[in-house]
Ligand binder design. Structure first.
Ligand code: HEM
Ligand SMILES: *[C@@H]1O[C@H](CO)[C@@H](O)[C@H](O)[C@H]1NC(C)=O
Ligand SMILES: *[C@@H]1O[C@H](CO)[C@@H](O)[C@H](O)[C@H]1NC(C)=O
Ligand SMILES: *[C@@H]1O[C@H](CO)[C@@H](O)[C@H](O)[C@H]1NC(C)=O
Ligand SMILES: CC(=O)N[C@H]1CO[C@H](CO)[C@@H](O)[C@@H]1O
Length: 327
């Protein structure tokens, strides 16, 4: 009988926590070592937010890229050195906004300036808290963040290959990439809602509006009016430095407008619009377009699961003194 219970408990544990280290995460991880850490980080992020809105999309996307490449371990923040090209300098990542990195560096400085907290809080946890805080600052939901991640010991540019979704992905490609991190299709659709804020460079979408295929210049999934708006910012001989807001309606609010845009065929990337075009994901798009509370609940749950991906513990990591340099 006891054996059965143990087996059942282990099986349940494996299924709730497919990644073992993520089972170690908990809400009040720093209660004894740095009890005010959440307020310290929030204040630093708020200060940065008042300087520039780019803090919001920059930090949110940084968290996503960190978690998908080698787990949520702040490896994305490591700077390249003479001997090592780090994750952040992989071409797919070059477009990460500097303000996201700066947010974490500033929050880390604020934590370390607090008596008792110096070198007690990981950069990975600071990034997880900051990602939560920017969503709330932009009008989105707030939530309790699980903490206890260690900072990773490696950051290698070539590790990025194949780990991040491309804007050209279809539903099956998106679903299987997220599934490889124990995230469901619903999680993927909810997390894509992060594209309610931020910018994209024109080169990411130029083919959709100028050179879609041999037969068609324009992607038939795009709203005709929207094509005109996109072309007025993203000219044909596209300057890769020019950027365009991903949500054309409320670019500075974390809301459910993303899903309403998809209903109007105003998703910027193929990977956005496909969520409405493909019947297997359209029901959730329609639900979250009409029910922002339901979207917020799904987003919070999905961010929490994203934050458990590839968490490091024990000898797999440490607490970095400087988030951009290994100890
Ligand atoms: C589902 C697959 C996804 C794809 C294919 C994708 C792709 C992209 C691309 C191509 C850009 C524009 C980059 C540029 O040119 O500057 C972008 C921006 C962005 N992405 Fe995603 N993304 C995905 C999911 C996510 C997720 C899960 C999050 C966060 C939870 C996220 C957050 C952001 C944010 C906030 C921006 C704006 C960045 C800025 O303004 O600096 N994305 N994404
Ligand atoms: C990088 O190279 C320098 C000089 O060649 C060397 O001193 C240093 O230990 C190397 N660092 C790593 C992490 O390999
Ligand atoms: C347009 O797309 C075709 C493939 O559909 C490609 O062969 C061609 O090089 C592209 N032209 C430009 C200017 O990007
Ligand atoms: C395209 O956008 C316009 C508003 O800009 C909207 O009225 C129209 O319904 C949209 N078309 C489609 C097919 O969704
Ligand atoms: C997804 C993404 O950002 N891809 C870009 C990576 O960088 C190269 C050029 O450096 C672009 O061609 C890709 O579109």
């Amino acid at each position: 009988m006891f054996g059965v219970v143990v087996v059942w408990a282990v099986a349940l544990n494996l299924c709730l926590f497919p990644n073992e280290a993520s089972a170690l995460l908990r809400r009040n991880y720093y209660a004894n070592t740095c009890p005010n850490v959440e307020k310290i980080v929030r204040d630093a992020v708020t200060q940065k937010f008042h300087q520039t809105f780019v803090t919001v999309p920059g930090t949110l996307r940084l968290f996503f890229h960190d978690c998908f490449v080698q787990g949520c371990d702040a490896s994305v923040i490591i700077a390249s050195t003479a001997n090592n090209t780090a994750e952040k300098d992989n071409p797919i990542n070059l477009s990460l906004a500097g303000d996201g990195f700066d947010t974490v560096i500033k929050a880390k400085a604020a934590v370390d300036a607090t008596p008792g907290c110096k070198n007690k809080v990981s950069c990975a946890d600071i990034l997880a808290m900051a990602a939560r805080d920017v969503v709330a600052l932009a009008g989105g939901p707030s939530y309790a963040v699980e903490l206890g991640r260690l900072d990773g010991l490696r950051s290698i540019s070539s590790n990025v290959e194949g780990k991040l979704p491309l804007p050209s992905f279809n539903l099956d490609q998106l679903t299987s990439l997220f599934a490889s991190h124990h995230l469901s299709r619903a999680d993927m659709i909810a997390l894509s809602g992060a594209h309610t804020v931020g910018f994209s460079h024109c080169n990411q979408i130029a083919n959709r509006i100028y050179n879609y295929s041999r037969k068609k210049k324009v992607d038939p999934m795009i709203n005709k009016t929207y094509v005109g708006e996109l072309r007025s910012t993203c000219h044909k001989d596209v300057d890769p430095r020019v950027a365009i807001g991903i949500d054309p309606n409320t670019p500075q609010v974390f809301d459910n407008m993303y899903y309403k845009n998809l209903q109007q065929r105003k998703g910027l990337f193929t990977s956005d619009q496909i969520l409405y075009t493909d019947g297997r994901s359209r029901l959730l798009v329609n639900l979250w377009a009409s029910n922002s509370a339901a979207f917020e609940r799904a987003f919070v749950a999905a961010m929490t699961r994203l934050g458990r991906v590839g968490v490091k513990s024990g000898s797999q990591g440490n607490i970095r003194r400087d988030c951009s340099v290994f100890n």
